[in-house]
Write a protein that binds this ligand. Structure first.
Ligand code: UD1
Ligand code: CA
Length: 453
């Protein structure tokens, strides 16, 4: 049984007052239409078809090959929009699920119920409805004596009596495909000069066929986005859903209301996420970590048992048992090995800090490789940029970098080396050698240290 989804996304979204097409506005880190696509994919068997119009290029570019696209130009209503997909799909599918791309909260379970309803329906069409006190401009459902649906009346043409009807058209439909193709050309022109998909209900009834309703119980799912106020409502609902899922998976969120986790983030059990924390993008966090408060993490990977306090990391990697912050910043390509301690006001970029490295205060480390158990004194700077190019710094194991050392790259420090406070190191330092001064000179050979634990 072939089931294909058609998502309608050609409308302008005027009330968003935006240069960005409505369906590309992000919600929980992904464009609105991404959410609808993910949902329909779970209940269909074929590649979804998206009807685009306003901002077509940008929407098509985002969709890539995740969906087929057809252009609706001009936009003459929801029925007209579906018609644009007819030639692509005729003879290729048994059922067609139609949804509007501005309803990102609709759940796959709900659409599944809709498809199930249609599979048991003798007639050609089933639709999602909901009962609500506030009609929010939705079409009203007219039921017949048998409890089947007779018509959908759009609000602006409804009689006062019809306006009191509390059952509303959500905007999710499942059609028998062959009947849909035969019905679309028969849709009459509306008083506003559009072809409404909702008029297929009356066409089915005229054909003597039944239209079934799948009544939903979660009103939240039916929030459609027309303005940025709706956008924030949808964002809040989605955030609650995401947070709830993490908590049910064994993650403690001290204050879910101030915890912002984007879609697709992975967090292991017994990790605690403290308030005012933002976890974005492709981030994976292991078990038993303490993240936050006041932390922002994007596109990063964290092992187990780490502490990340009041810090910012982007494109970074923490191995197990790292202790970071407060006020530490990891940029792209920063990798802290196991048991690294990174204290306040440090920045690391494109560098690896080996196991047990300590970098307590006020340092910048860029394009560097640092060996195990090395100590980076307060105020150490890798001077990695000469105005044109970035240069590497290599520091061996068990090195002691004195406070306020400038390491002018490219440069290498052998294992067990030491630099005096305030050194400006411009030449490579041999292992177990102490250098001091500006520019730094070797003044002493040191006893090799056995590696401290
Ligand atoms: C529609 C329904 C209404 C339902 C409501 C639920 C119709 C006629 N009415 O009304 O019964 O209660 O949704 O939210 O369907 N679109 C196109 N091409 C067009 C027109 C619209 O692709 O020519 C797309 C829009 O981008 C949008 C969706 O279809 O994603 C719905 O269109 P919209 O104008 O918002 O319909 P409503 O007036 O909300
Ligand atoms: Ca709408």
């Amino acid at each position: 049984m072939k089931i294909t989804a058609i998502l309608l996304a050609a409308g302008q979204g005027t009330r968003m007052k935006s240069d960005l097409p409505k369906v590309l506005h992000p919600i929980a880190g992904k464009p609105m239409i991404w959410h609808s696509l993910e949902t329909v994919k779970q209940v269909t068997t074929e590649k979804p078809v998206v009807v685009i119009g306003h901002g077509a290029d940008a929407v098509a570019e985002f969709l890539g090959d995740s969906a087929e696209t057809v252009i609706q130009e001009p936009q003459l209503g929801t029925g007209h929009a579906v018609m644009q997909a007819a030639s692509l799909l005729k003879g290729k599918t048994d059922y067609v699920v139609v949804c509007y791309a501005d309803m990102p909260l609709l759940r796959a379970e709900t659409l599944q119920k809709l498809v199930q309803t249609q599979k048991q329906n003798q007639g050609p069409l089933s639709m999602l409805t909901v009962i609500a006190d506030a009609p929010r401009g939705f079409g009203r459902i007219l039921r017949g004596a048998q409890g089947t649906v007779n018509a959908i009346v759009e609000e602006y043409v409804a009689t006062p009596e019809q306006l009191r009807i509390k059952e509303l058209n959500v905007g999710g439909y499942c059609f028998s495909a062959d009947w849909l193709w035969s019905a679309l050309p028969r849709i009459p022109l509306s008083p506003k000069g559009e072809y409404y998909l909702t008029d297929t209900v009356e066409l089915a009834v005229k054909d003597g066929l039944t239209v079934q309703a799948a009544l939903m119980d979660d009103l939240e799912e039916t929030i459609g986005v027309n303005t940025r106020v709706h956008l924030s409502e949808v964002e809040a609902v989605l955030r609650r859903r995401i947070n709830r899922e993490h908590m049910l998976n064994g993650v403690t969120l001290t204050d879910p209301a101030s915890t912002y986790i984007e879609m697709g983030v992975k967090i292991g059990r017994d990790t605690v996420v403290m308030p005012n924390t933002y976890i974005y993008g492709k981030t994976e966090i292991g078990k038993a970590n303490v993240i936050g408060p006041n932390t922002m993490i994007r596109d990063s990977k964290i092992g187990n048992r780490c502490k990340v306090l009041a810090s910012v990391m982007e494109g970074a990697l923490l191995d197990d048992d790292v202790d970071m912050g407060p006020f530490a910043r990891l940029r792209k390509g920063a990798h802290l090995g196991p048991h690294v301690h990174m204290g306040n006001f440090g920045e690391v970029k494109d560098s690896y800090l080996g196991p047990g490295v300590k970098m307590g205060h006020f340092s910048y480390i860029g394009n560097a490789q640092i060996g195990a158990e090395t100590n980076i004194g307060a105020g150490t700077i890798t001077c990695n940029f000469d105005g044109e190019k970035k240069h590497p710094t290599e520091i061996g194991e068990n090195v002691f970098i004195g406070s306020d050392t400038m390491l002018v790259a490219p440069i290498k420090l052998g294992e067990g080396a030491r630099t005096g406070a305030g050194s400006v190191v411009t030449k490579d330092v041999a292992s177990n050698t102490l250098v001091v001064g500006a520019p730094a000179r070797a003044i002493k050979k040191l006893e090799p240290k056995t590696r401290q634990k």
